[in-house]
Design a protein around this ligand. Structure first.
Ligand SMILES: Cc1cc2nc3c(=O)[nH]c(=O)nc-3n(C[C@H](O)[C@H](O)[C@H](O)COP(=O)(O)OP(=O)(O)OC[C@H]3O[C@@H](n4cnc5c(N)ncnc54)[C@H](O)[C@@H]3O)c2cc1C
Length: 541
């Protein structure tokens, strides 16, 4: 028996586990489907693409995308302690003040969420919060081509910013990274591992939740699969679903919470008709503009014996790169409330998610549509909890997304042609320079766009009919159940989604602890005896 059962030890789940168990009265169980994070490629910043399509990745694909020449896009999602923060590219970007204000929800304005970011962070660069568990750093070995990119971006008119998280100034800067001493610093490093000695925390790996269990309208536990056997974990207080933007709506629907007609069609008993579950899917779509490099400086050489030695001996060298070493936030037209385009510079030809080793040195500017208008869905394929869900992002169904990306390609080309990059940038690899008209560029985009790995919004927080959770992250119409992860973001932020997801979980921890203080968490019939009893169990199951 636990007080809180958390499904998923990802970015949000780790924050919750760490923060909730600071209170010794709260007994917490975390169920994580994936293995532990004891894996060298998780520690080495530049090695994240080596984790793709391995047991550390859910290895999803979208359905064929009408707007992208019917391509099915690969979607990696972290499947280990730390979740996607253990396989991500470590860019630490909070989002713009306008993002949170646009949510227009009590408790979530920029003024209210800023202190949550501050308390989370330990920014060794000195720009953001200090003393928190999330280490934010400069890259230790910035590539020479990255310095040239920053100068080139300034040359074409962007402002240089010391910190891309500056809430007022927008422009180009070096990427802040979630690293410590040249190694990845995941949400598990920040929150979960330091908490594992607490007697009130139990973490099970290889434990995959199949459904949330209910008594009437109250969530009372979770049924999960471990080592081929079905188990039940009971929660006296709350079940918190933190499976990420794909798996959280999937688990709710498997548990009978979602659009009633969809559930009935699959033979799932409806516990609560909640039409917004799985809807409102938003993602950042991106395209790579790639040139060859005149100098052999790119990360193509990252795995050389000398770079390996530098990493192992000094935590320096190319293996400390997060790949996206610099970035710029840009407005493609006047009158916008915030930037709608991001450019990310990678000193490597970033092709096919980095899955195919490149032989030739090259440089990439990724253009990202930061405020996509397209909306998609997550649906169940069947009632089998082991089936992958149907992912339909409906990319570029809003033509504005293609326009922003076209502007991004044009700006990236100008930057590659600037004097500051002349020593590095050689000829265009893609798109071909023959592609000049908007129609040409849009055809190219439809063939080449890929995800920037930021799905959100599928259990959106809000107050309207489509809202899945209320502003306190409680599933609407039910008791004892919250969703806390990237799926609750009602509108995607102009940046990267790890920091806002952890911020959401920081606030959720406050809300759950407040329930505890007020005694509201005790169900009728439970004793309130919360003496620590759990065995500490991190291990591969
Ligand atoms: C390749 C990649 C690169 C990225 N780069 C960046 C970046 O540079 N900067 C940035 O800010 N963001 C980045 N992101 C996005 C960011 O990492 C995510 O938005 C964030 O980690 C989402 O956190 P989450 O808690 O919602 O989900 P996750 O961190 O994905 O956690 C979900 C967890 O739940 C577990 N789980 C799911 N279902 C079940 C179940 N049924 N039972 C038990 N456990 C379950 C999963 O295994 C996983 O551990 C990237 C993501 C990826 C995949």
């Amino acid at each position: 028996m636990y007080d809180v059962v958390i499904v998923g030890a990802g970015s949000a789940g780790c924050v919750l586990a760490g923060r909730l168990t600071e209170d010794p009265r709260i007994r917490v169980l975390v169920l994580e489907a994936g293995p532990t994070d004891r894996k060298m490629e998780i520690r080495i910043p530049a090695a994240f693409t080596k984790l793709f399509k391995t047991p550390y990745d859910w290895d999803y694909s979208t359905v064929a995308q009408d707007g992208l020449d019917r391509r099915e896009l690969y979607w990696p999602r972290g499947r280990t302690l730390g979740g996607s923060s253990s396989i991500n590219s470590q860019m630490y970007v909070r989002g713009r003040p306008a993002d949170f204000d646009a949510w227009a929800l009590p408790g979530w304005s920029w003024k209210e969420v800023r202190p949550l970011f501050d308390r989370m962070e330990n920014d060794e660069r000195g720009h953001l919060g200090l003393g928190g568990p999330v280490h934010v750093a400069h890259l230790r070995d910035t590539n020479p081509a990255t310095h040239a990119f920053v100068q080139a971006a300034v040359e074409v008119g962007l402002e240089f910013v010391e910190d891309v998280n500056d809430p007022v100034r927008e422009g180009v800067g070096y990427t802040p990274v979630t690293q410590r001493n040249g190694r990845r610093w995941s949400a598990a490093d920040a929150y979960l591992h330091p908490a594992t000695r607490r007697p009130n925390l139990t973490v099970l790996t290889g434990a995959r939740a199949r459904r949330v269990l209910f008594e009437g309208a109250s969530a009372v536990g979770v049924e999960y699969l471990q080592n081929g056997a079905v188990h039940v974990a009971r929660a006296t207080s709350e079940v918190i679903v933190s499976g990420g933007a794909v798996n959280s709506p999937q688990l709710l629907m498997l548990s009978g919470i979602g659009p009633a007609d969809h559930l009935r069609a699959l033979g799932i008993e409806v516990v609560h008709d909640l039409p917004g579950v799985g809807r409102n899917l938003q993602d950042h779509i991106a395209v790579a503009v790639i040139v060859s490099s005149k100098q052999p400086v790119s990360l193509v050489a990252a795995e050389s014996p000398s770079n390996l030695a530098r990493f192992l001996l000094f935590r320096k060298g190319m293996l400390t790169s997060n790949v996206g070493e610099a970035c710029a936030l840009v407005r493609t037209r006047p009158g916008l409330p915030g930037p709608d385009l991001e450019l990310i510079f990678a000193p490597v030809p970033f092709v096919d998610h980095g899955l195919v080793k490149q032989q030739r040195h090259g440089l990439t500017i990724g253009a990202v549509a930061l405020q996509p208008g397209s909306r998609g869905t997550i649906a169940l394929r069947s009632a089998d909890p082991l089936d992958k869900p149907v992912i339909s992002p409906n990319y570029v169904s809003d033509p504005e997304d293609l326009r922003v990306l076209s502007e991004g390609v044009k700006l990236a080309r100008r930057i590659f042609q600037a004097t500051a990059l002349r020593a590095f940038a050689a000829e265009a690899i893609e798109p071909d320079l023959d592609l000049q008209t908007d129609a040409d560029l849009q055809a190219f985009l439809r063939q080449q766009c890929e995800t920037l790995y930021h799905p959100v919004g599928t259990c959106a927080m809000g107050t309207g009919r489509e809202a899945v959770v209320d502003p306190e992250l409680r599933v609407r119409g039910l008791q004892g159940l919250r969703v806390v992860d990237a799926s609750v973001l009602p509108i995607i932020t102009r940046g990267h989604t790890n920091a806002p997801t952890m911020m959401v979980a920081e606030r959720a921890a406050d809300l759950v602890r407040r329930s505890v203080r007020e005694g509201a968490f005790l169900r009728p019939g439970t004793t309130g005896n919360v003496a620590p009893t759990s065995i500490l169990g991190i291990g591969d199951a």
